[in-house]
Design a protein around this ligand. Structure first.
Ligand code: XMP
Length: 503
């Protein structure tokens, strides 16, 4: 590929996924042996290069939990109030862990109805009971509720049913092996961790051990909690929002705007990077689509750069504004700024098939961010839609009228498209559309097919690791006839494949 030269606009042709293929090379790599680990950002590693997009039809806590368990990572959408978004982050951080450092608790004077609500909200099966000084006074689990009639829940109190005698606890800092032995010996499911004054300092649960064994590739922090990212803007309450997300335990915050090549975006990144409240959180900047745009984000101190202006399946930026760079070229150009700086690059949007992941990585990306490929999963927000016996889920652009307008609720997504100052819905300029995608089952099934495709790419290229793929992969440009030949042709498909849908 040549270089995109603003002074020679017609000397360069921007290419996207359908314009290129990767060359097969000499190989002794077996797909199942390929190592798909890569970097999301300066300090966060993922086992799979897959991220879910911060969109209101793609990522809330359920999707983020499923993505992190699979070995990727989800970014909680920001078309929510700051409190609600922080709550989604909190749900992910509490969902699975070696030790829960800040366990959810209840006091003994609460009713069983309140206990039941809390357990349902956080999908937990019981809680430690503490007094006003955090001293552990008991534990209440499903077992204690089993024989209490439901109609007594509103009047009976936690203190009436909780287990308080012979509580099994361990000191803070207990090893995983010792904790597991204690849980097994006493046949209990939850092990509260206490300090010298019997104050509750943590909790270890059997369920978390089982989950850890079931999800060996899960993306976790140093404390064994699932990792999660979240999106913010650069306008209004964005900084306060970032603070709430940090308090809730977000591992990465992306300053997510339609054009990251803006002074206010750089300033927001610099401010976050300087503030000790965000130490330990990777700050990501986006979007870039040119070398200069990516360089501005690198110079601001971003820990990763997100690339993509207009490639998304629901985007209309390229036709409404006439702006964008075809995605493979956008990644390639942006990587000229990120690579020398050692800053990971996220290829965001435009992927239709698993084969596009390898193309993005060879072009210069370290991970890819997906919208449409994940919106049809069971874990995305929203209900199943039935049309003529087929199952779908809603999917829409964050610059669609539905997401930016006030039709459903207060919108928090307008500033991504620099339209916060537009007060009336009929004056908004949408840059996205609303629609639906086919239901695809669980994230684990979808991720299995996507990464399976990448493993095949790595076998064909002869690359054992992602850096090797990035190094060895070579492109060939193809014509529309070549693209036609790539897809099934001269046949009517009679059986659906789990990894192929004709568009
Ligand atoms: P895919 O192709 O995976 O793309 O569905 C998802 C990405 O598209 C971006 N996005 C938008 N871009 N108008 C746009 O121009 C929109 O309304 C819009 N909504 C999302 C975003 O980067 C996402 O990750």
């Amino acid at each position: 590929m040549g270089t995109l030269d603003e002074n020679d606009p017609f000397g360069y042709i921007g290419l996207t996924y359908d314009d290129v293929l990767l060359l097969p090379g000499e190989t002794d790599v077996i797909p199942s042996e390929a190592d798909t680990r890569t970097k999301l950002s300066r300090n966060i590693e993922v086992a799979l290069p897959l991220l879910s997009s911060p969109m209101d039809t793609v990522t809330e806590s359920r999707m983020a939990i499923a993505m992190a368990r699979s070995g990727g990572l989800g970014f909680i959408q920001r078309n929510l109030s700051p409190d609600d978004q922080a709550r989604e982050v909190d749900l992910v951080k509490r969902s699975e862990s070696g030790m829960i450092t800040d366990p959810l608790t209840i006091t003994a004077d609460r009713t069983l109805a309140e206990l039941d609500d809390l357990c349902a909200q956080y999908r937990v099966s019981g809680l430690p009971v503490v007094d006003a000084d955090d001293v552990l006074v008991g534990i209440v689990t499903n077992r204690d509720l089993r024989f209490v009639p439901k109609d007594e829940f509103a009047t009976r109190l936690v203190r009436d049913v909780m287990t308080k005698d012979g509580l099994i606890t361990a000191p803070v800092g207990v090893s995983n092996d010792d904790a597991l032995a204690l849980l097994a010996r006493h046949k209990v499911e939850k092990l509260p961790l206490v300090d010298d004054a019997n104050r509750l300092r943590g909790l270890i649960t059997v369920k978390d051990f089982v989950k850890s064994e079931k999800h060996p590739d899960a993306t976790k922090d140093n404390e064994g909690r699932l990792r999660v990212g979240a999106a913010i803007g650069f306008f209004g309450d964005a900084y306060e929002r970032a603070g709430l997300l940090a308090d809730a335990g977000a591992d990465a915050i992306v300053v997510d705007t339609a054009n990251g090549h803006a002074r206010l975006v750089s300033e927001m990144i610099k401010r976050l990077k300087k503030d000790p409240a965000f130490a330990g959180i990777d700050i990501i900047g986006g979007q870039a689509a040119t070398r200069a745009g990516a360089q501005a984000l690198v110079d601001a101190g971003a820990d990763a750069v997100k690339v993509g202006v207009g490639p998304g399946s629901i985007c209309t930026t390229r036709v409404v504004a006439g702006i964008g760079v075809p995605q493979v070229s956008a990644i390639y150009e942006s990587s000229k700024a990120t690579k020398p700086a050692g800053v990971p690059l996220i290829g965001d949007g435009g992927l239709q098939y698993s084969g596009d992941i390898g193309k993005a990585l060879v072009a210069g990306a370290d991970t890819v961010m997906l919208g449409s490929l994940l919106a049809g999963c069971a874990e995305s927000p929203g209900e199943l839609i039935f049309v003529n016996g087929k199952q779908y889920k809603a999917y829409r652009g964050m610059a669609s009228l539905g997401a930016m307008g006030s039709r459903e609720r207060k919108s928090y997504s307008k500033d991504r498209y620099f339209q916060s100052d537009v007060s009336s819905d009929d004056k908004l300029i949408p840059e996205g559309i609303e629609g639906r995608v086919a239901y695809r089952g669980s994230v684990s099934q979808v991720a299995h097919q996507l990464v399976g495709g990448l493993r095949q790419t790595m076998f064909y290229v002869g690359a054992r690791t992602v850096p090797e793929l990035q190094d060895k992969g070579k492109f060939v440009r193809i014509t529309p006839a070549g693209l036609k030949e790539s897809h099934p042709h001269d046949i009517q498909m009679t059986v659906e494949a789990p990894n192929y849908e004709s568009h």
